[in-house]
Design a protein around this ligand. Structure first.
Ligand SMILES: *Cc1c(COP(=O)(O)O)cnc(C)c1O
Length: 404
């Protein structure tokens, strides 16, 4: 069985590679949780910082000072979107680095207060693998179970808290199944007990208003390429009274907390993209969730034996996590790609090893269902025509696969 699947799979890979050169057709992009394109307004603001205004932000002459002021303006914009002070914003090279900065930094600097950390089983690997690293350094980590919708149960969290718990890290929105975790409740509990609270908000920015004070968030991660900014630039918010050790050592940039010459163009792009995303949350969510619901209904009505995972109201507007019984997800994705449709199987599986996603497993989904699961994440460039096209193609491919 597995053998047949993998043979079909490699034949399709070869076929796809062969077709690549001729395939000039249109692309229907439905993988917005993986990354987004860069908005034109964002790119336009970035461009001068590659050419005319290329000065080092630490330099004393005018083109350097221009870079410095661009960086500080950007920091203010980000702070405004989060309702924090600009000194609490640190630019990083990615969302992953922001997660590392917050978790490694806070844990290491506060280890005298306690060595216990709580996170969840559905976090991004940038959080999970950082927690593994902290375990090697002598920290103990509790990985909270989730319910069948990938939600942390507050009662589990409360039971996991110990005298030596110093840090809780639970993501704001899940990248695979799209659900919003109960961040407000978690923040309240953390605050009442004097425990630091970090949230990975990489998927949430642009989909919900974030007020770190109202939500009692002490540290937060975000990444520009998930909200129509460039790749390779992220930011961490870390509340000002919190001690944390820098992870990237060197020069004095970012208030001596993150060495490296500032990525001025990236920082400008991140802040512009964040401002745009924040100003358009409601329109964007409404448009995208309408498309998502239409597609979801088409799928449910036309394709038998499918399961929509984490099918709840409070989730990212474009997300559908879909299990199609008897259909190998990777085969399906390659066939969809041949029709110009970009979707994902929810986690970065490598080509040889069929490991079900840790998120789906934590939700109690069986291995075989997980390997039949695809993630559709719609976004602002999708149209009603896209939805019809996707519905037709998906229906035909599934029928074909199931016949074989
Ligand atoms: C994409 C993503 C990250 C990693 O961000 P990068 O900028 O790609 O390193 C972290 N957490 C979540 C939830 C993500 O979706």
């Amino acid at each position: 069985m597995t053998k047949t699947v993998s043979n079909t799979y490699y034949i399709i890979v070869l076929f796809t590679v062969f077709l690549e050169e001729n395939d000039m057709g249109k692309i229907v992009y439905c993988d917005y949780s993986a990354t987004t394109y860069v908005k034109k307004e964002v790119l336009d603001e970035m461009l001068p910082y590659f050419t005319m205004n290329f000065g080092n932000a630490s330099a004393i002459y005018s083109i350097g000072r221009k870079s410095r002021s661009a960086v500080e303006e950007a920091r203010k914009k980000v702070a405004k979107c989060l309702n924090c002070d600009s000194q609490e914003v640190y630019f990083t090279s990615s969302g992953s680095e922001a997660d590392n900065m917050a978790l490694l930094g806070i844990a290491r600097a506060n280890k005298d207060k306690g060595r216990h950390i709580i996170t969840s089983k559905v976090e991004h690997l940038a959080v999970l693998n950082t927690c593994k690293e902290l375990e090697k350094e002598g920290f103990e980590v509790t990985y909270l179970d989730v319910d069948s919708n990938a939600l942390v149960r507050i009662q589990n969290l409360i039971s996991a808290i110990r005298k030596d718990t110093i840090l809780i890290s639970v993501m704001m929105a899940n990248n695979e199944v799209g659900v919003f975790e109960p961040i407000y409740e978690i923040g309240k509990i953390a605050k009442e007990r004097g425990i630091f609270f970090h949230t990975d908000a990489v998927q949430a920015v642009g989909h919900t208003k974030i007020d770190v004070d109202r939500l009692n968030i002490d540290a937060l991660s975000l990444s520009a390429h998930k909200f129509f900014g460039p790749k390779g630039i992220g930011a961490a918010y870390i509340r000002k009274n919190i001690n944390f050790d820098p992870v990237i050592l060197g020069g004095h940039q970012e208030h001596c907390k993150r060495a490296g010459t500032e990525n001025v163009a990236g920082i400008v792009g991140l802040s512009k993209a964040m401002e745009l995303a924040n100003d358009n949350i409601y329109e964007h969510n409404e448009k995208v969730s309408y498309l998502r619901n239409t597609l979801k209904n088409n799928i449910i009505q036309n394709i038998p034996d499918v399961i929509i995972n984490a099918d709840i109201e409070n989730k990212l507007p474009g997300n559908i996590s879909l299990s199609i019984n008897g259909v190998d997800a990777k085969t399906l994705l390659l066939l969809l790609d041949m029709e110009g449709i970009c979707m994902s199987n929810g986690s970065a599986c490598n080509l040889q090893v069929e490991t079900p996603s840790h998120v789906l497993s934590a939700m109690g989904i069986s291995k075989s269902q997980a390997l039949s699961t695809i993630r559709i994440t719609l976004g602002d460039a999708n149209t009603k025509e896209d939805i019809e096209y996707i519905s037709d193609v998906l229906f035909n491919i599934v029928k074909k696969i199931r016949r074989n």
